[in-house]
Write a protein that binds this ligand. Structure first.
Ligand code: FAD
Length: 272
């Protein structure tokens, strides 16, 4: 199917892009790699008919060392992380995750910013960035905001971005060399979104455990992480996990619950 008619704008600067987003309001959509937006347009599921191309904005391609964290521009593609062309402050976790997103053609165009703004419940970047306790930097008509990932992801395909706002990048904390990470993705075929995705980041006695592909958004499993770190017996950790998963999985779906429990337990095993 072909999309409905739309206007295409290619601003030269971020300021110009924000002006366009403000001018067209709810009819405007930023387009980065187009890997999610264009299929939605073809299916006539996108209400936007004013596309503001942010894929060539220099500001969104930048990376900066901020001391304890690294700024990663929203326009960096999955392939740049996979190839090591973008910094990975998470000791290889970001590179590992990027290489499991879709297939190479999608990875060459799709961006970290587009993925997070899309907020697919089974997407890789929202889960990884939440596990890393990253924050998004956002610019819009009202100025700049810094939004923690947990506050940015509000539900299925929804975020707390306001009309006209563009994600410029992410502040990702640097992990120390002795931090342990795990990324466990189960999908039914190579290149598909996760049926279940577990991401774990452990720094000493601090553990961030994230489940995606279950429920409306990537979710921190705080009770399970606390039980594990407190040294609870394995059966007790598993029971806590089963309770948290049951709260997230919306339907009565024993297969999905068993799958999510398995991916999370494997991730815990890997950071133990
Ligand atoms: C066959 C296929 C398989 C896939 N498999 C996976 C997978 O396994 N895992 C996974 O995580 N993803 C997967 N994806 C999605 C892919 O990663 C997309 O690249 C990504 O979701 C969207 O990134 P994009 O840069 O293409 O964004 P676009 O398609 O350009 O935009 C997506 C949305 O984000 C908005 N947007 C884009 N950039 C910005 C910005 N800077 N600020 C604010 N809003 C913005 C757009 O307006 C739009 O609403 C798959 C896609 C395909 C086609």
């Amino acid at each position: 199917m072909k999309p409905a008619a739309f206007d295409y704008h290619r601003p030269a600067t971020l300021a110009e892009a924000i002006d366009l987003m403000e001018r067209f309001g709810d009819s405007a959509a930023a387009i980065s790699g187009g890997q999610s937006l264009v299929p939605l347009m073809n299916l006539r599921l996108s209400p936007s008919d004013q596309l503001v191309d942010v894929s060539r904005l220099a500001e969104l391609q930048q990376t900066r060392d901020l001391g304890d964290s690294v700024f990663l521009g929203a326009g960096l593609t999955h392939a740049m992380f996979e190839d090591g062309a973008a910094p990975d402050p998470a000791n290889g976790l970001m590179r590992q995750a990027a290489s499991h997103i879709a297939y190479r053609a999608v990875r060459c165009h799709g961006t970290i910013g587009g993925s997070v703004a899309m907020a697919d419940p089974a997407a890789d970047w929202p889960a990884v960035l939440l596990a890393l306790d990253a924050a998004a930097l956002v610019r819009g008509p009202m100025g700049e905001r810094r939004i923690a990932m947990d506050a940015l992801l509000t539900g299925t395909y929804t975020t707390s971005l306001e009309t006209g706002e563009i994600i410029t990048g992410f502040e990702v904390p640097k992990l120390p060399a002795d931090a342990r990470t795990s990324y466990v993705k189960f999908n039914r075929k190579v290149g598909a979104f996760a049926s279940s995705l577990a991401v774990a980041v452990r720094q000493g006695e601090a553990l961030r455990l994230v489940l995606a592909g279950a429920g409306p958004r990537a979710t921190l499993l705080a009770a399970t992480a606390a039980a594990f770190i407190a040294g609870a017996p394995k059966t007790s950790v598993r029971n806590t996990l089963a309770g948290e998963v049951a709260l997230i999985v919306e339907a009565d779906d024993p297969y999905a619950c068993a799958l999510h429990i398995a991916t999370i337990l494997r991730a815990i095993e890997e950071i133990s």
